[in-house]
Write a protein of this length. Structure first.
Length: 557
């Protein structure tokens, strides 16, 4: 935690933890303002946790959440009002402090000279030049002036973004490429299932972002506020403008924890956990390893979601542990799935159903989690069976593993790049935007009808890189994506059903059947998941080494 004073009344910082709050109070601060929405980061404590810690040491706490890169005048007014009402000095925080500094700048636009705003924020380490341009431009960020420009700009430095940046530099080393992402840490999210199953330790799945950005790629550590594709411009937080010749959009998706009433308040306690968050996956294993009897509920929301098999992977690994410990007979396992099938590709269903039977799990289809009361150990589901009125049912639990509802990020959904459902609108073969021909997209955020998995991004990155380079050279798209995705379904410790498929559920196995028959549980597939795929991810995919991922050429016909 690094606290940066802006005025005698206000300092700002990046994300704080409940453990930091006592130190904040000891340094003389009397109030805290949180400007970061709950659920924005994979390792982020909730405001309720911060507020509870503040209450213990006598600090006031205020929640004024602002979507990353989207500070409105109303947000600034609320921030200014809070500064007037709260005891001072106040500490404002978000992911990096930028939103809090921007809010202060806009809140003081009518009372301070722009030179004073620039000086105060510069001394704290924040560049508010873009915010000042917005102030003098009547509240709108002008895009005719760029703070930076590049041949290719990539939004998002997750698996897709870093991989496509590396693939571009492999093909054209002199290309000026910028990656835009505010995160300090990059996560190997496929490993979180293994953390929740007691196989991996959480730190194995995390690396610093700076250590992974490909050599020669510019890292802009900021959040995107908006797209102006007609001006070939991206607006960042702080109202800075980055222009591009070509744009690649891959910020991932948003885990919408707040869509389930009461969920945010009880995550990480009361037996409620999720392998979809870095800091909660270890809690999954803690609950599983201690459980001897009772009811365990595993939930799956409506599609689309990141790695559709992950909710049931948590079930299988948990049940396998209880089976090995001899306590499975005393545990009532319920799999509450908002959909109507166990898995979307029928070839893999028989093997999965055999494990459901082995573990004695009850399948409850069309059950969508809508509310949780963690302290009371109760959850409510809307049951929407076909041609039947929706019925709300209550279920008690001792442990519940939640897969959260998922949507496109807010700044994507409101952008000109989105389709009617909010996802980036691309051609499913070339991954080029349907409206803007100098924009491409890959990963979880685009609307091609494929499984949203890291394995899909591994195949998509070379396709996009090949087609972007072809476009730079004045040619037509050279590579096409067949919808490949992979979901290693960890049905027990030591065995995996390796689901690999493309558009329309077509099976696309990477290995001959004698080596790995993906429709059957195998130890070879487990070895792949546990020992081989993590190095392939860190040393191969993120470095532009396209092992088993060479792009398929566009057919002449």
């Amino acid at each position: 935690m690094e606290i940066k004073p802006i005025t005698a009344k206000l300092s700002v910082s990046g994300q704080i933890t409940p453990e930091d709050v006592k130190t904040i109070a000891e340094q003389g601060y009397r109030a805290i303002i949180c400007n970061r929405p709950d659920g924005e980061g994979a390792d982020q404590p909730t405001f309720e946790e911060i507020e509870a810690a503040a209450r213990e040491v006598g600090l006031d706490a205020r929640y004024i959440p602002v979507a990353t890169g989207r500070v409105t005048d109303a947000d600034a007014a609320a921030f200014g009002a809070a500064l007037d009402e709260l005891p001072r000095p106040v500490l404002g925080y978000c992911r990096s402090g930028m939103r809090s500094a921007t809010l202060w700048s806009l809140a003081n636009a009518d009372t301070l000279a722009t030179t004073d705003i620039l000086a105060a924020t510069k001394a704290a380490g924040y560049d508010m030049a873009g915010v000042v341009r917005r102030i003098v431009n009547g509240g709108k960020t002008p895009t005719d002036h760029a703070d930076a420009s590049f041949d290719v700009v990539i939004v998002g430095a997750g698996a897709a973004g870093i991989s496509v940046a590396a693939s571009l530099k492999q093909r054209k080393p002199g290309l000026e490429v910028a990656l835009i992402d505010p995160a300090d840490i990059h996560y190997y999210q496929p490993g979180w299932t293994m953390v929740g199953g007691g196989i991996f330790e959480a730190p194995q799945t995390a690396r610093t972002m700076g250590s992974l950005i490909p050599q020669g790629v510019h890292w802009i550590k900021a959040a995107v506020a908006a797209f102006e594709p007609k001006d070939n411009a991206v607006i960042l937080d702080g109202c800075r403008v980055v222009q591009y010749d070509r744009l690649i959009v891959c910020p991932g998706l948003k885990l919408d924890w707040h869509k389930v009433e009461g969920l945010v308040d009880t995550l990480g306690k009361n037996g409620v956990t999720s392998n979809y968050r870095y800091d909660l996956a270890p809690y999954t294993w803690e609950l599983v390893s201690k459980m001897r009897e009772g009811r365990a509920i595993f939930t799956q929301p409506p599609m689309p979601i990141k790695c559709a098999g992950a909710p049931q992977k948590a079930l299988y690994l948990s049940a396998d542990h209880w089976f090995r410990r001899g306590v499975l007979k005393d545990i009532d396992i319920q799999f509450n799935n908002a959909g109507g099938v166990l898995f979307g590709v029928k070839d893999y269903v028989p093997a999965l159903e055999s494990y459901i039977q082995k573990y004695g799990a009850t399948l409850n289809f069309f059950h969508n989690l809508v509310a949780v009361d963690g302290a009371a150990k109760k959850a409510w589901f809307d049951v929407a069976k076909p041609d039947t009125p929706v019925e709300r049912v209550e279920m008690s639990f001792d442990m519940m593993h939640v897969c959260p509802p998922q949507t496109a990020p807010d700044f994507i959904r409101v952008s000109p790049l989105a389709d009617a459902a909010g996802w980036v609108d691309v051609d499913q073969a070339t991954l080029r935007h349907k409206t803007y021909d100098n924009i491409w997209s890959l990963g979880d955020v685009m609307n091609a009808p494929n499984a949203k998995t890291a394995a899909a991004a591994r195949i998509q990155a070379p396709v996009v890189a090949e087609n972007v380079i072809a476009d730079i050279r004045g040619g037509s798209p050279r590579a096409q994506y067949d919808g490949y995705g992979s979901c290693p379904l960890t049905v027990e410790r030591g065995k995996i059903v390796l689901a690999e498929f493309g558009y329309g559920g077509t099976l696309l196995p990477s290995f001959p059947k004698w080596m790995i028959d993906g429709t059957q549980p195998s130890r070879a597939a487990w070895l792949l998941k546990e020992k081989i795929l993590p190095p392939v991810y860190w040393q191969g995919m993120l470095r532009g080494r396209e092992w088993m991922a060479k792009p398929e050429k566009v057919s002449a016909g």
